[in-house]
Design a binder for this molecule. Structure first.
Ligand SMILES: [Fe+2]
Length: 245
């Protein structure tokens, strides 16, 4: 597989298609049931195609990424007046390709490998609806992230109180493509008001779906021995607002 297929559906396994058609007893519509705001699943995307696509992403976008870095502000520690009242804004270290921006250096490459078409495909939207269980707008945002060793994102909740259309909740669908150099990376997320849930996101063809906002963080990526220079976790993201009509 040298390019992304025009329709996302072509990457799905039999189980993945079951989710898409609303027939998977555990996964179809899982977030709208209200028992969890996060779901991670493997075995929905074809394994061999997913391994190949990690290489396609590296070849096309590996040298076109923009660093995104928000360190811990010095004042978060040294301007404190009282013990245990610390406040940490979102911290992050990762690279990104802003696919929504038609002038971004990665956009043309992303089009060449069929990535834009697939993330814009009807079945990508349909899959986000089928897995989450929420009716979603037919226009959505997309992005690509690349985690290298030590890249992470600190605790944050992705709440947008200033965004009238998303302030009551919205849905993210993420596809993960690790290359063979990745040892581990985890998402830790909120359940019952504690950061007590944890799941591996060091997958090849793993799918994660979020009903935001909720608190979560992504641990630093750890490479296998000898792979500190080449370990990569690629993430393709779709961000969907609710559809009300
Ligand atoms: Fe997040």
């Amino acid at each position: 597989m040298k390019k992304f297929p025009p329709e996302f559906e072509a990457l799905l396994t039999k189980t993945g298609r079951q989710v898409l058609s609303g027939r998977h007893p555990a996964l179809s519509g899982v977030l709208a049931r209200g028992t969890t705001r996060f779901i991670g699943a493997e075995g929905l995307l074809d394994a061999a195609k997913s391994r190949a696509l990690a290489g396609v992403l590296e070849g096309a976008l590996g040298d076109r990424l923009m660093p995104m870095e928000q360190p811990i502000p010095r004042g978060a520690t040294w301007k404190m007046k009282v013990a245990y009242k610390e406040k940490l804004p979102k911290t992050v270290k990762v690279s990104t390709a802003m696919l929504d921006d038609e002038k971004s250096p990665s956009r043309e490459r992303a089009e060449d490998i069929g990535l834009i078409a697939m993330l814009r495909s009807k079945s990508f939207h349909a899959f986000a609806e089928a897995l989450s269980g929420y009716p979603l707008r037919r226009q959505w945002g997309m992005q690509t992230l690349c985690y290298r060793p030590k890249d992470y994102s600190g605790p944050h909740n992705d709440h947008h109180p200033d965004e009238p259309l998303g302030c009551d909740g919205y849905t993210d669908l993420h596809l993960t493509f690790c290359n063979s150099g990745v040892d581990h990376q985890w998402i830790v997320y909120e359940k019952d008001n504690h950061l007590q849930e944890i799941q591996s996101i060091a997958t090849v063809g793993g799918v994660t779906c979020y009903r935001l906002p909720f608190w979560h963080y992504t641990t630093p990526l750890v490479a296998k021995r000898g792979h500190d220079r080449d370990a990569r976790r690629w993430v393709l993201l779709g961000t969907f607002l609710d559809r009300w009509s």
